[in-house]
Every structure is written in C-alpha cells, then in structure tokens.
Design a protein around this ligand. Sequence first.
Ligand SMILES: C[S@@+](CC[C@H](N)C(=O)[O-])C[C@H]1O[C@@H](n2cnc3c(N)ncnc32)[C@H](O)[C@@H]1O
Length: 332
Amino acid sequence: MLYRPCYGRLKLVIMARMANRAPQPTAWDAAALGDPHAQHDKAARVQAMFDAIAPAYERFNTVATFGRDAAWRRAAVAAADVRRGDTVLDLCCGTGDMLRAFAQHTQAALLIGVDFAANMLVHAHFRKGDRLALPRQAAPGTTRVPLMSAESGCRTRENTMPRCREGAPARSQSPLSPDCQAAHPHKPARTFHLIRADALRLPLADASVDVISCTFGVRNFQDLGLGLSEMFRVARPGARVVILEFATPEHCILRWVYRLYCDAVLPCVGALLSRDRTGAYRYLPRSIDTFAPASALSASLKAAGFRAVTRRTLNFGGVVLHRGTKPETGGT
Ligand SMILES: C[S@@+](CC[C@H](N)C(=O)[O-])C[C@H]1O[C@@H](n2cnc3c(N)ncnc32)[C@H](O)[C@@H]1O
C-alpha cells in the first residue's frame, strides 16, 4: 500500500515522457536488415538512426563495451603517430570521443570532426578551454548544428556551404607563435572544427590533413570504396589513416559467445538505455555480420592507394584496428 502513490506518480511521469516523445522513424525493419549494406538508401537510414539514438549513444557504448572502447581509441590514437602541429581529421566523429582522445594524447594543432548526423554533433562536448569553431549558419532542419564551420568551410556538391580557404595549413604551420610554443611545450593551442558533411563527399581540399581516423564508421558507408578514395584524396603525402571497426571473431567458441551477446543482450541494453525504435541495436550486429571481413577492408585500403597497410585485432577479434599510409610520392 505504501508504494501505491509513488508508483502512480512514476507511472504518470513515464506516460508523459512517452507522450512527449517525437515518433522515431523505423530506419531498420526486418526487410532492410536482410542485407543492410545493399539498401540503396542506406546512408539516409544510418543518418536517421544516429540522429535518433544520439542522446544515449555514449552511455550505450560504455555499457555495451564494458568501458573497453576507451582503450581501443587509445590504441587507434597511438597508431596514428600524430606529430606536433598536425591536422587530424576524424570522420564519422559522432559525439566526439576520438577527437577528445586525440586532444588528450597528442599535440595536434587542428582537429576536424565530420559527421552527417546533426544530433550526434549536438552531443559532442569538449574540455573547457578548448577552442571549438562553431558554424555561423544553421543547417536546414536544425537550429543548433551548423552545416559546417564557416572558417574552415568549403562547398558541398550542392553548393550550400561557404567556400574554403585555398589549400590547408602547412604541416609546419602552428596556431602558436614560436615563443608561445616554447613557453607551453605540452599544451599547444588547438582548434576543433565540427563539420556536418558526408564522409563520401568531403568539403576539404586535396592533400590537406596529416592524420585521418574513422572509428566504427566505415561499415556505415553507402559506398566503402568511395569513402576510402575520399580519405586518400584529402590525405597529405605521408599521412596516416587509422580505422577501427567491429568484426566477427574467428574462433568458434568466441564467435558463439559474441553472437549470443550481440543478438540477445545488445538489443535489450540498447532498448533499455535509449528506448530506440529505429532498430539501431538490431542493425549493429547485422551490419557487422554482413560487412566485408577485415582482410577485404585491408585490400580496399590498398586499392584506394594506401600503402604499408596493417591490421591488429583487439578484444579477442571483435574489433580490428587498420592502419595505412599515403605514399610520399605518387599523386593525390
Ligand atoms: C557508430 S558511430 C561512431 C561514432 C564515433 N566515431 C565513435 O567512435 O564513437 C558512426 C557515426 O558515423 C556517422 N556516419 C556514418 N556514415 C557517415 C557518412 N557517410 N558521413 C558522415 N558521417 C557518417 C554516423 O552519423 C555516426 O555518428
């Protein structure tokens, strides 16, 4: 009896919340999940899905990976071999986890995050004191996220973005004066640019970045080859690319445990944490199962032009860290 009033109130709050919720689009129904990578509108579905789950995205990541994702990101940052003053481009940056890892563990001067899901960018957050270059223009249909930063902006194919400065900052160019660099050797000033754009049509100049990272993003591309070629185009000669992607473990017992976890546990955790109705947490295991194996991704990196392509398995084969380098010579 004592619990009744409490329970009633709680029920009201829950009902009010449910009533206020905007209906989520069903991005991934059973038919589309048959082969998610073959859907002609895969990119639109992916975007709608991440826009819907953005508020719970980081919490879900931490819970679902038992906090291991931070270690995978550190491994990716270490593999990227970032040098002082480098320009780092994080594709599919989501809520900014990798950008923060680069900021924490490297002396990169300029960190550029690109993602096409506006709500993911809305939830990106940075340390106090970091300079975040925010866009002046709001994107159509959103009020808070700019289509792109005007300072670093370029045109999209649709010509909706401001034109970018010619070229990109030279590798040696630092936003700090030499005196200031000497005075703060471990704390270089750094600027973040968050750009809302499609990774397959980057609004960046050719050969303009020193490091490209893409964590858990390439699996979502509408066209993997096009995405990797675009990375190659914007990479400077000598630039490093690091890609983290989920994979299915090769060992049969590990694979069985992994499948059980992905098929039975993950969708429940996702549903509990984000009350998702877009099918996001069914898309996740399905898109991993049906995605190119790690060896094929290595081959695609080589086909895009990258050399010294290596891969390292993490998390008992459930995650693979790919690395490649753009040759010093051989065109863009
Ligand atoms: C699984 S999340 C990964 C986010 C972040 N990299 C991380 O490690 O937490 C995938 C992100 O890729 C973005 N994405 C997928 N395809 C994209 C594309 N073609 N262009 C830009 N962003 C894309 C999604 O919007 C989403 O934010």
